[in-house]
Design a protein around this ligand. Structure first.
Ligand code: NDP
Length: 431
């Protein structure tokens, strides 16, 4: 790890001191944790790694990823390496728009109420922006108002005509949930007055479909040859897996879980609310009335093509960004990108993660690579530490049985062997 950290600082051309908290066991001070949530009793660690080989819009980028699952970082780094051969990923993202919803019920005349609210939209936007003057000064804030008609079942199961007012807010560098919620609550009284109805819910929507991030990649077929398969065979395997996900929500769900392996890992490393991202991304996948994959892959003109489009509610300020010191370092590793750029990078990571999974699934299956890494995990669970982890993992793979009881047997045998041959001390360090 020390060598990795040295090379990371070299790659970023910064002194090691500019990357604090890496290589430390406890990085979130208890006092911060206590201030972040209620009933805090400790801090839970997660491994932080770095996704390699990413070229996004012509720029090299090292991607911090916090994840507990083995093989995620190895797989994404390999996919990014292959993607470099086609010029890497091309990514972009919309402005940082977030929707705030205000629900109006018990409206005497819905058409008249809708017209009154629409006529007053400038006044309502001004009122919302007055609650967050600094946002407007940055060029952000509430930009547009929309009034939707909706039927919601009442307590007796009868449809009640309601109005749902959407505030479209540019949240700039923030994810924006808190600030949008403040605006929704702040304009509720005016909306009640204009509609003659009663306000019920006032909160953002995590279906942030005005805030889409996209990435695409184009890889020459010959670069994909592996596992004894030709490049075109691997590419057609990936494209066929993509069509399967298009046709079947059972498959699309697992396909998308693979995408989120990468996206969540970067979201967590950068202090972002991954539940918001998950909720928005999956809802967007169901926008056509059926759950669909987040990515598409196809073969044309001697290349494998891939693309992704999902809403990403990303922030580089607010939330947990400043309370967790390691997040600050993770953003530094990424080159402190603005939120829109970070959203594009995260979309590229999701696409790469998906490509890695489909590349294996469309050919030899994922267990071969996955189990090798799982063997290391089992070695740690069995009690191996330091160099012994590798020794036990290799023995597990050689035994062809990657199970915890096998790891425990192998470790016990190594301990016995060391006890009878004291000259081998060091191999079993800290077991
Ligand atoms: P915060 O309220 O923590 O921070 C955002 C604030 O940062 C802004 O209001 C702004 O305040 C300030 N700021 C400073 N510089 C900038 C800049 N360049 N661009 C934008 N804002 C800037 O967070 P959010 O409003 O982003 O809300 C995110 C949090 O809300 C997350 O922790 C999330 O988990 C949580 N949350 C999520 C929900 C959901 O997703 N459903 C629901 C409720 C909460 P100022 O203008 O005054 O300077």
């Amino acid at each position: 790890m020390a060598e990795r950290l040295r090379r990371l600082a070299d790659a970023l051309a910064v002194p090691r001191s500019e990357l604090p908290h890496l290589g430390e066991a406890a990085t979130l001070p208890l006092a911060n944790a206590d201030g972040m949530i209620e009933n805090a009793i400790g801090v839970l660690g997660l491994p932080l790694g770095v996704g390699l080989n990413f070229l996004v819009n012509g720029e090299d980028v090292l991607v911090p990823m916090a994840v507990e699952e083995p093989s995620v970082i190895a797989a994404v780094s390999l996919a990014a390496k292959i993607a470099r051969e086609g010029g890497g990923f091309f990514a972009d993202a919309d402005e940082q728009m977030l929707i705030g919803q205000v629900q109006l019920e018990a409206i005497p005349d819905r058409a008249a109420a809708k017209a009154a609210i629409e006529r007053a939209s400038e006044e309502i936007l001004r009122e919302a922006n007055a609650l967050h003057p600094a946002m407007a000064a940055r060029g952000g804030g509430a930009k547009r108002l929309e009034v939707r008609e909706l039927s919601v079942l009442d307590v007796d199961g009868k449809p009640e005509p309601q109005l749902i007012v959407h505030l479209h807010v540019d949240t700039q560098e923030a994810m924006g949930a808190n600030l949008v919620n403040t605006m929704c609550e702040g304009v509720a009284g005016t909306l009640e007055r204009l509609s003659g109805g009663r306000v019920r819910l006032r909160i953002l929507s995590n279906l942030a479909d005005g805030r889409l991030a996209r990435a695409k990649v184009r890889i020459p077929l010959e670069q994909l040859a592996d596992f004894g398969y030709t490049g075109p065979e691997v590419a057609h395997g990936i494209a066929a897996a993509s069509r399967f996900a298009d046709a079947d929500p059972y498959r699309a769900t697992t396909h998308n879980k693979g995408v989120m392996n990468g996206i969540d890992a970067v979201a967590i490393a950068t202090g972002n609310d991954w539940r918001a991202i998950e909720a928005g991304a999956h809802a967007y996948c169901a926008r056509n009335g059926r759950y669909e994959p987040m990515t598409r892959w196809w073969v044309s003109e001697g290349h494998l093509h891939g693309s992704i489009e999902i809403p990403l509610q990303i922030g580089t300020v607010g939330g947990a960004v400043k309370t967790n010191p390691l997040v600050v370092t993770a953003l530094r590793i990424l080159g402190n990108p603005p939120a829109k750029k970070l959203a594009g990078i995260i979309a590229a990571v999701g696409l790469a993660q998906n490509m890695a999974a489909l590349r294996a699934l469309g050919t030899v299956g994922i267990q071969k690579g996955h189990m090798a890494l799982h063997a290391r995990n089992l070695a740690v669970t069995a009690g191996a530490r330091g160099q012994t982890i590798e020794v036990v993992a290799k023995a597990l793979i050689a035994a062809g049985e990657i199970k915890l009881h096998r790891a425990q047997e192998i470790l016990a045998r190594l301990v016995r062997e060391q006890a009878s041959a004291p000259g081998t001390a060091g191999v079993l360090e800290a077991t």
